[in-house]
Design a protein around this ligand. Sequence first.
Ligand SMILES: Cc1cc2nc3c(=O)[nH]c(=O)nc-3n(C[C@H](O)[C@H](O)[C@H](O)COP(=O)(O)O)c2cc1C
Length: 423
Amino acid sequence: MIYEVIISTMNEDGSSHVAPMGVSQKADFVVLKPFKPSKTLDNILTQKTAVMNIVTDVRVFAGVVTGRSNFNLVALPCEKGFFLKDALSYLTLSLAEIHDDEVRSTLYMNKVDVIHLSSFKGFNRAQAAIIEASVLMSRLDLLSQDKIKQEIKYLEIAISKTAGKKEIQAWEWLMEKYENHCKENKKKIKLLVSIRSIEEVKVVNGLNIDIIDLKEPGNGPIGMLDFIDIKNIVLALRNNKFCGKISTTFELNDGNLSGADIAKIQNLALAGLDYIKVGVSADGNTWANLRKFAESLNKINNEVLENKLILVLMIADKRSFETVKNIPSSEVVKFSGIMIDTLNKESGSIFDIVNFTELSIIKKFALERNVKFGIAGSLDVSHTKLINQLQPNWVGYRGGVCLKKRSGPLSRTRLENLIDSYC
Ligand SMILES: Cc1cc2nc3c(=O)[nH]c(=O)nc-3n(C[C@H](O)[C@H](O)[C@H](O)COP(=O)(O)O)c2cc1C
């Protein structure tokens, strides 16, 4: 059986350290199992002592997890440690034995003294809920958002029915931490959603989308829209007070830009687009085409394009991903970002073609060159956990937020679910 307690230890400089820990009893020993690295473990190894506080003021659990440290501690008479003033009881412990492994140590502690300060008043469901929520909040990066949300919803029942002031305060600390985590996550990964028309401007109205991308999915994977439609959608978005970024994609064929192509790119930048994605299929010709593209760009005054160009590498299979893996640095620095997308929208998501490790390598390559990194390609809400682990700068959606397939109508409900899945 495991009991959740507060272990207080003494740092080398004589100050206190407090940590929630699960402890068990084996023969006459109290057994602690700190994961490495752990300040508690270091202190016990140095001082050979610890104090086990049995508390029902769960603010200590929530407080530690949310980064608070102003606990009401009292020095032990021997001055070799501290106990919590509001503990029901505390036990002074001394280190008897240690079993070590790479991940966690098992510490066998002798009970030196047991001091009772006040009586146990009975079980309280809200206190148990705070302990559970504290565990959740200490594992935010390891659990899926869905699981965290479901559990919070369930634990909230005990809080609303049985909490006192202390439990409510502890709950507020934990929920504040959760909200901040959500905001951080949202800030880090920018959501890009492709829309095709003025009608779809209404569907995205007021949603927390960072980049609205303009494309006609019916026109293939790159889906260039007519310039006049782009202009009208940009106007409609800004009239609707959309204050995120707006992008569209320019399809690069062999890299030789005609006068009309150059005029189109310049006009896109002047029409109020924040990003112009340059879409190329990743194959044997990619880098030669991009070199020609760079030469064509050099011929024009490209100040208007500064920081606006994003390279979109469309991959079909593992082989075309090999091309991406061999990106020459010189071809990348002209772009402010690289996105990896799929060429064939019927062959699964980007994660079905390229594995997590390979995507991480490309991300590392991009970030080391000061270039942002994004992914797209038949992504939907089921990929959020993987995406949260990968932490790209951008993630792009279309099919996964449409009613039927990617050329079907955009679904407000699916968009809301997607945004929710990031918290
Ligand atoms: C209820 C609860 C029980 C915990 N039990 C353990 C435990 O048995 N072992 C552990 O290493 N961390 C446990 N943790 C997490 C630690 O309290 C937390 O990581 C703390 O910072 C320990 O690291 P430290 O010794 O460096 O302070 C628990 C957290 C909570 C909220």
